[in-house]
Write a protein that binds this ligand. Structure first.
Ligand SMILES: *[C@@H]1O[C@H](CO)[C@@H](O)[C@H](O)[C@H]1NC(C)=O
Ligand SMILES: *[C@@H]1O[C@H](CO)[C@@H](O)[C@H](O)[C@H]1NC(C)=O
Length: 336
């Protein structure tokens, strides 16, 4: 797992204006944040990055003041993305290509006959690998795909094997995926199907760049895929049944808001979340929580932004209310 990756600063700076006056009372906090996340900047860009960080910090604090007054159900926190503007963040990290997903075979639809448990958490059953870090690479689609495969491989073999995103990044271009530039979860499954396998992270480690060519080794096959299933688009009922019956399911959400970038705890529900999905994640379960005497349902989604983000790398997203953030719009899972 790479730590902090080099930012293409030249590119990013072009879009920013000149640095305004910095808040000198934040000097120590800035140094502490840089040291915690191993950030180093050339002298000529540090002030600009600090200005972005200060602005993010002020927005986070304002949100948390409102949260303390009961105006939000979730809190925000500074994290390793604190030196990115919203636009930079979305350009670098939200690499899910929306649009029509292909998949032959029937849609997975909600069935009136199927009863689902009130709560599901595949983490507790051993189906889920530790939270990963995609770095500054729009490879969320690959992380979402490995997550779903890891769960099903565990179901089949009772062995939890960490699978290779780099294998998908390097080798699924011919199917229309664009590595760090974005891709489709279903085409990642399709690659594993067409290729007859996928390597483990151990033999094919993550680099988080587009620079390497395909190095798949058939002798180290760690997963299989015989078919791809799409969940009926927009149906949270179908998604719930899929998660309950199958295991972790790949989903996509609108993760483009500031609130999503700096989410740290609680049940995420934001007026800024749209139905236009741009970030792939992994639904590993769902549940309910009591808030001010009311029962609030949530999805448990695994992210690939390291354990620093969210609830140790996960988000609880409002469930059952208007398909919040488009969570059920592009859900899919592989069949081994
Ligand atoms: C695998 O899934 C099937 C049905 O989905 C279930 O009956 C079985 O117990 C699962 N196996 C493991 C190891 O979880
Ligand atoms: C993949 O499928 C092949 C053929 O069905 C089988 O021989 C192999 O054991 C499978 N491997 C894994 C890791 O599931």
């Amino acid at each position: 797992m790479p730590g902090t990756m080099a930012l293409p600063l030249g590119l990013l700076l072009a879009a920013l204006g000149c640095a305004a006056a910095l808040d000198s009372t934040l000097e120590e906090a800035w140094r502490g944040w840089k040291s915690l996340h191993a950030k180093e900047y050339p002298e000529d860009v540090e002030a600009t990055r600090r200005e972005v960080w200060e602005k993010n910090l002020r927005r986070i604090e304002e949100h948390n003041r409102e949260q303390a007054q009961g105006r939000h159900t979730f809190r925000l926190g500074m994290n390793h993305y604190g030196d990115l503007t919203d636009e930079e963040f979305n350009q670098l990290l939200n690499g899910f290509a929306p649009g029509r997903q292909q998949g032959p075979g029937p849609l997975f639809r909600a069935s009136a006959a199927l009863r689902t448990p009130a709560e599901v958490d595949w983490r507790a059953k051993g189906y889920v690998t530790p939270v990963k870090n995609q770095g500054h690479c729009g490879s969320c689609w690959a992380f979402s795909a490995t997550g779903a495969l890891e769960g099903l491989v565990f179901n089949r073999t009772r062995k939890l094997v960490v699978l290779s995103e780099q294998n998908l990044i390097d080798c699924s271009r011919k199917l229309g995926n664009e590595g760090c530039g974005g891709g489709y979860v279903t085409r990642a499954f399709q690659y594993v199907h067409d290729n007859g396998g996928l390597n483990s992270e151990h033999v094919y480690p993550y680099l988080g760049t587009d620079a390497s060519s395909c190095r798949y080794d058939p002798r180290d096959r760690a997963a299989n895929c015989s078919a791809v299933r799409l969940v009926a688009p927009g149906s949270e009922a179908a998604l719930e049944q899929a998660v309950a019956a199958v295991g972790p399911v790949s989903v996509a959400v609108d993760a483009s808001s500031f609130h999503f970038h700096f989410y740290t705890s609680g049940i995420f529900s934001s007026a800024f979340c749209s139905q236009r999905v741009n970030h792939a994640m992994l639904a590993v379960g769902y549940g309910t929580s009591q808030q001010n005497g009311q029962s609030v349902a949530y999805w448990i989604l695994k992210n690939s932004w390291s354990e620093v983000w969210g609830e140790r790398g996960y988000i609880r997203l409002l469930k059952g209310v208007d398909n919040h953030c488009g969570v059920a719009n592009q859900a899919s899972f592989p069949v081994l």
